[in-house]
Design a protein around this ligand. Structure first.
Ligand code: NDP
Length: 325
């Protein structure tokens, strides 16, 4: 049997952004509902060691951190729903969303925290060595490769920024790009080319991630030249795939303003989208920082923006009532 759930704040997504929004909203007495989505807990549930989330002296595990955030959100009054939203109607109020089992969610404010997924090359060897030398986030994992040879795959802003970032930990960084020109901004390219510890390999793609040692980890990359087809080997212990992300915004095409890469556009310095009452936070609106702590920060902002929106709407409604009386 299907049901209709009504709330002042509906939050889509249960990563650090969605759960931080929930903690703030619940503590403000808004009784938020969080719809968990396809990957409850978000990207951190597929991570192991987390060493950069403030508050923990020792290394913690990503899935544990998300369990704690969920427990905290529930403890202060959040209702968690195990559902997937498949339909949205933002053209009328309350907003109306539909779950894949037919349940309907009606809400006065909507906080979108559906996140983004890193793109991978799709090789079997890449999958086998994820978390064992293969990563999609140098800012998160670079520290674990101190003093080791590392490589970044990609030619956009992310790849160049990650290569530059990795020079904090390694004096042997290789950037591997499938063409002979980079897509990254000129200023980043200049910094990259000027760096003495970064080598750029042009016209190369990864044919295979090579594992070895015990416990098994990445030891090398087999590279294919995209012009000649020639195969070469690059010894490296860290392989950072930086070929872009997919923001989870398919549901909002035609309903909200998205940028050319599919990220939800928000007003600078806030989480307000083009539709009043709809807010976006975390990786679904941030393609620059993409950290758990920045997602949590924008989640908090979204809850505060939504509370302010409701307070203003209620004030205006009361004033109208007084004038009409
Ligand atoms: P991009 O889509 O800009 O770049 C992806 C790169 O990966 C391209 O160089 C592409 O190659 C390469 N690539 C894609 N697929 C493959 C594949 N299968 N094999 C090998 N290489 C592949 O992604 P980014 O994450 O770099 O950036 C996304 C957006 O975020 C951009 O708009 C960017 O400007 C923005 N951004 C801004 C930052 C900032 O302002 N500081 C920081 C980071 C991102 P090719 O060039 O041949 O297509």
């Amino acid at each position: 049997m299907t049901a209709t759930h009504s709330t002042r704040m509906l939050i889509l997504g249960s990563g650090p952004a969605g759960l931080s929004a929930a903690i703030y909203a619940a503590r403000a007495g808004m009784k938020p509902i969080v719809v968990q989505g396809i990957q409850p807990g978000g990207q951190l549930t597929t991570t192991t060691d987390v060493e950069n989330y403030p508050g923990f002296k020792d290394v913690i595990q990503g899935p544990w951190l998300m369990e704690q955030m969920q427990a905290q959100a529930e403890h202060v009054g959040t209702r968690m729903m195990y559902d997937m939203i498949v339909g949205v109607d933002l053209s009328r109020r309350p907003f109306r969303l539909t779950g894949d089992g037919g349940d309907v969610y009606e809400c006065d404010t909507l906080v979108i925290a559906t996140g983004a997924q890193a793109k991978w090359l799709g090789l079997g060897s890449e999958d086998a060595l994820k978390g064992k030398g293969v990563s999609a986030c140098a800012t998160c994992d670079g520290f674990f490769y101190r003093g080791k040879k590392v490589a970044v795959i990609g030619g956009g802003n992310t790849a160049v920024e990650e290569a530059l970032y990795l020079t904090n930990h390694s004096d042997d960084v290789t950037l591997i790009h499938r063409r002979d020109t980079l897509r990254a901004e000129r200023i980043l390219q200049e910094r990259l080319f000027a760096h003495p510890n970064i080598t750029v390999l042009w016209n190369k793609e990864v044919a295979e991630f090579v594992g070895g040692g015990a416990p098994e980890g990445l030891v090398a990359l087999n590279l294919r030249d995209t012009v000649t087809g020639e195969i070469s080997r690059l010894d490296t212990e860290g392989g950072f795939v930086a070929i872009g992300h997919h923001p989870a915004t398919e549901l909002f095409v035609g309903h909200l303003e998205l940028d050319a890469d599919g990220y939800i556009r928000v007003e600078t310095g806030s989480t307000r989208t083009a539709v009043p009452g709809v807010f976006a936070c975390g990786d679904v609106m941030d393609k620059v920082y993409r950290q758990a702590v920045t997602a949590a920060g924008t989640g908090c902002m979204a809850a505060l923006d939504a509370e302010k929106f409701l307070a203003e709407a209620e004030f205006e409604a009361k004033q109208k009532e007084t004038l009409d009386a």
